[in-house]
Ligand binder design. Structure first.
Ligand code: BTN
Length: 161
């Protein structure tokens, strides 16, 4: 599958070709909200804990670069940007974050692996701390990422000093 042909963000204009307009409770015609049909560059994805994966670029090879802001309760390295590297292969995705930056370092790495389906990225993750000596010390969990609304991304941009 050619990755650069599937990076389509189906905005209202595109959806109007294929989607059926829906009627709300008052009978007014509304178009469905913006629905991503794939993972694309310059997109943001927020998980159930409020953390956000930003995919900044996708190379023709499928290699991705981006950044991640952790907001999950109970973890360190919150509300700071950490670099993301990974790969997309069709609907499959994997990415990693090393929790090290000048602001705060957490001595750990997380790797997520999952897939894009139904407009969301479903993943399993493993977090390993520097100095771990056994597989039982590797933390595991699952994260589901949904598209970050544009409005939220814009308001976050406005909040930057
Ligand atoms: C650490 O505490 O060592 C660094 C932060 C780890 C945050 C984890 S990564 C998996 C899970 N999903 C998130 O969005 N945050 C937590």
């Amino acid at each position: 599958m050619k990755t650069n042909t599937i990076r389509v963000w189906a905005g209202a204009a595109l959806l109007s070709i294929s989607a059926v307009a829906m009627a709300d409770d008052h009978g007014a015609k509304t178009m469905p909200a913006e629905v991503p049909m794939s993972v694309q560059a310059a997109s943001g994805w927020t998980n159930q804990s409020g953390s956000t994966l930003y995919i900044d670029a996708i190379a023709p090879s499928g290699q991705i670069t981006g950044h991640y802001i952790n907001r999950a309760p109970g973890f360190g390295c919150q509300n700071l940007s950490y670099p993301v590297t990974g790969w997309i292969y069709g609907t499959a995705i994997t990415f990693t974050v090393t929790w090290r930056n000048p602001g705060e370092s957490c001595n750990s790495i997380t790797a997520w692996t999952g897939f894009f389906a139904n407009g969301q990225i479903t993943t399993l993750w493993q977090l390993v701390r520097n100095g771990s000596t056994g597989p039982g010390q590797i933390m595991k969990g699952s994260d589901v990422f949904r598209p970050t609304p544009h409005i939220m991304r814009e308001s976050l941009l406005l909040e930057q000093p």
